[in-house]
Design a protein around this ligand. Structure first.
Ligand code: MOS
Length: 752
């Protein structure tokens, strides 16, 4: 089934925050933000701006009835700055005016006197100052010190992976309207409606029942709207509550880029120990996460770095530590992969380093250490249904790796100005929120008298196709036509206490809750049908809008069945609740079974470097991916391709740049390069691994949102292998993204 949004997307009819019908009297918001990264506020003067014709009110921290606090995990983030500024772009005042143009004029009339304080932009500097946003964490298993002493080779190095801008097509925004009796309804472009509801209630000092949050769809999220959609929604709610007017605020691209956090840059060090037979005996890593000025989701992201620090490999002695370093950047946040990619880049770098030292191709080391059933992760979970070897072997066979490898070698002996590189990138990604209490969801299903069905869940559609998958569940369970089933917006009054749509788990959690609700309804309806047809329940089934009796269509249609049930006063509404079984994690011992299951896959990447110019092309990425038993291959393929593009962008061209003063330099698409169609590999092949899927995945269809991003890491190493083929004296560097500028320098480094 194709994506239910494709029709309206193509016709430009899909609605986003900016397209909503505005109520009469709608006012417009705009943020006045800090023009300095770290300072004391001496004087904020809004008088002149507030006097401007058409300005209704300018809100500062003094206008907040409840708590001036939006920190989700740790309360360390004011909605509007009070005495201090901690990052360039930090919201200080919220301007409300009759038009956006007037609000912009007013912004220029606000003056701010500050006393500058020292600015810290790098994680290492914050680490040296012992500035952290939360506690450091360590995962360990075995005895690394002892293991290193028994290794034939021990290597150490440092790595850097840069941040990444989410660049969702739809920028952040929200629209608030007043309802009766002081209630506020906010339509928000958020991945986490409940988090928004909670934050608004807290800032306005009202109960959550006074606040309704509604989400239709997002024009992309990628993690950037898991936590960071909150501030703007709270601002419009605050203004609506105070002024009794509808308030709209959609950030323009420059404001969005400047004020929001991104993927966390990581500065890391590693030590890897390996024996002659290529077994990795020990691995240590220290990750310095550049968390930015407030905690945001940093602890959870740091944790996932540790969970994925050994990627798809079995390593018996592991010691990994992550420090969440407090800097004067906008709070960095969730981004597809959620710290996992940053962890995997380091182990892959360590393997590349070891391979170089041993004079073997990296894939030999990777292959010798792939995870198998009964291997134990550093966090105590035992691997089951591991597809690491299967996907690896399938990729080697299907894509004729040995042949491709030789071809690359031949090309390199025959060509001087162009060199090719080939790499293999296996992935293993854990599915579940690593914070166990978040792994539950609910759904609400109504069958109407005419047989049509409307349903709601806590899932947020952000382009990933979750609504289509959910609708498939209803259609399949009731055996009815797709035209008869519609999905409602995600709304906190219909489905409450939701976890954000994140961690690749949205379809699993919400789908399972929905399936439970549908099954309960189905059970009731089967009873009604068996009575009507005067037969055993076991003989009845639903298909093609008809009740089937022993596999033959009866003359009882679905519509007739529903009418009958309704007249018999059978409840045609149901809710479902699902909580992932089996998972647990103890943060004191750092051991447990945090993931419902893992997703596996293997990518083979080929790249060609132009050794005169330093430019490169990704020739091909060929992937064997573990979809389980896919519910919707069109959507799942889209997720793999999109995630791959994002991974390639992160590894090769996207350069988030801040000045030493903490100002965002890459503040436009002219200075921040994202992959376009020309940057994509000429060939992208995706083959589904032949597996049965996992019981804890919705209809055995495994989560697909985040894992494929990490295939992009292969591009870094393919390019690096090409550089090495040109310049044998090149010392491997692990400094992503691998931009053409860096490639050119590497091609000629130590060359003489
Ligand atoms: Mo996603 S990066 O777990 O919002």
């Amino acid at each position: 089934m194709h994506n239910i949004d494709s029709y309206s997307h193509l016709r430009g009819e899909s609605l986003y925050i900016d397209d909503l019908n505005k109520q009469q009297g709608t006012l417009y918001g705009l943020v006045f933000d800090a023009p300095i990264a770290h300072a004391k506020i001496l004087k904020l003067d809004i008088a002149k701006a507030e006097d401007l014709e058409g300005v209704v009110k300018i809100f500062t921290c003094k206008d907040i009835p409840g708590s001036n606090q939006i920190g989700g995990i740790i309360p360390d983030e004011p909605l509007l700055a009070e005495k201090d500024i901690h990052f360039w772009g930090q919201p200080i005042a919220f301007i409300v005016a009759k038009s956006e143009a007037i609000a912009k004029k007013a912004r220029k009339l606000i003056t701010l006197k500050t006393e500058a304080l020292p600015v810290v932009v790098t994680a290492i500097e914050a680490f040296r100052n012992r500035q952290f946003v939360c506690k450091s964490r360590t995962f360990k298993i075995g005895d690394t010190a002892k293991a290193f002493s028994q290794c034939d080779y021990v290597m150490e190095d440092s790595t850097y992976s840069n941040g990444q801008e989410h660049l969702y097509l739809e920028t952040q925004g929200a629209y608030a309207v007043c309802k009766e009796n002081g209630k506020i309804k906010v339509t928000s472009s958020t991945q986490g409606p409940t988090q928004v509801q909670k934050a608004i209630a807290n800032v306005l000092n009202v109960g959550m029942h006074q606040i309704e949050v509604d989400v239709l769809r997002l024009g992309g999220g990628f993690g950037g709207k898991e936590d960071q959609a909150t501030a703007w929604a709270v601002m419009v709610a605050l203004a609506a509550k105070t002024l009794h007017k509808p308030i709209k605020f959609v950030l323009n691209r420059h404001d969005d880029l400047r004020m929001t956090g991104k993927r966390h840059p990581y500065e890391s060090t590693f030590k890897i120990g390996i024996t002659k037979d290529l077994k990795i005996q020990a691995f240590e890593a220290t990750f310095l996460q550049n968390s930015g000025a407030a905690c945001d989701l940093s602890p959870a992201i740091a944790e996932r770095t540790l969970f994925h620090a050994t990627n798809a490999y079995s390593i018996k002695n592991v010691f990994t530590t992550v420090h969440s370093c407090k800097t004067n950047l906008p709070p960095n946040t969730a981004f597809r992969g959620f710290g996992g990619p940053q962890g995997m880049f380091v182990i892959e770098s360590a393997i590349a380093k070891a391979a170089n030292k041993l004079g073997v191709p990296a894939y030999k080391i990777q292959e010798a250490n792939l995870l198998q059933d009964n291997d134990v992760f550093s966090y105590g979970q035992v691997a089951t249904q591991s597809e690491a070897k299967n996907s690896w072997q399938e990729a080697f066979k299907s894509f004729e790796f040995e042949k491709a490898f030789k071809k690359v070698q031949n090309f390199n002996t025959q060509n001087h100005n162009f060199k090719k590189g080939i790499s293999v990138m296996p992935i293993c990604f854990g599915i579940s929120f690593t914070n166990t209490p978040m792994n539950h969801a609910r759904a609400l299903v109504h069958i109407y008298q005419d047989g049509s069905v409307g349903f709601s869940t806590g899932a947020v559609e952000m382009g990933q196709g979750v609504n289509t998958k959910l609708r498939q569940i209803v259609i399949q369970t009731f055996g009815i036509h797709k035209q008869q089933v519609s999905i409602e917006t995600t709304n906190t009054t219909r489905v409450a206490n939701t976890s954000p749509s994140a961690a690749s788990s949205t379809a699993d959690l919400n789908g399972k809750a929905l399936l439970k609700a549908c099954n309960k309804l189905k059970e009731r309806l089967l009873k009604v049908a068996s009575k009507s047809l005067n037969c055993a329940i076991a003989d009845v089934s639903f298909k093609n809008n008809t009740v089937y009796l022993k596999k033959k269509a009866s003359d009882l249609s679905w519509e007739k069945l529903i009418q009958t049930a309704f007249l018999k006063r059978v409840n045609l509404s149901e809710q479902g609740h699902y909580a992932t079984p089996k998972i647990h994690f103890d943060k004191n011992t750092e051991k447990g079974h945090p993931f419902a299951y893992h997703v596996y896959g293997t990518a083979i990447t080929e790249a060609t470097v132009d050794c005169l110019r330093g430019t490169y092309k990704i020739d091909s990425v060929k992937i064997v991916h573990d979809f389980g038993s896919s519910m919707n291959m069109d959507i799942d393929l889209g997720q793999v391709e999109g995630a791959l593009a994002q991974g390639i962008g992160w590894m090769t061209m996207e350069e988030v740049a801040y000045g030493d003063d903490g100002r965002l330099l890459s503040n436009a698409l002219s200075t921040y390069k994202v992959p376009d169609v020309y940057a994509m590999p000429k060939i992208v092949e995706v083959k589904a691994l032949d597996t049965k899927g996992h019981d804890l995945a919705i209809l055995k269809s495994k989560a697909v949102g985040e894992p494929p991003l990490m295939y992009g890491i292969g591009t870094y190493f393919a390019i690096q292998n090409a550089i090495k083929a040109f310049n044998n004296n090149y010392n491997l560097k692990f400094d992503a993204p691998m931009t053409p500028e860096k490639v050119l320098k590497s091609l000629y480094s130590n060359a003489l």
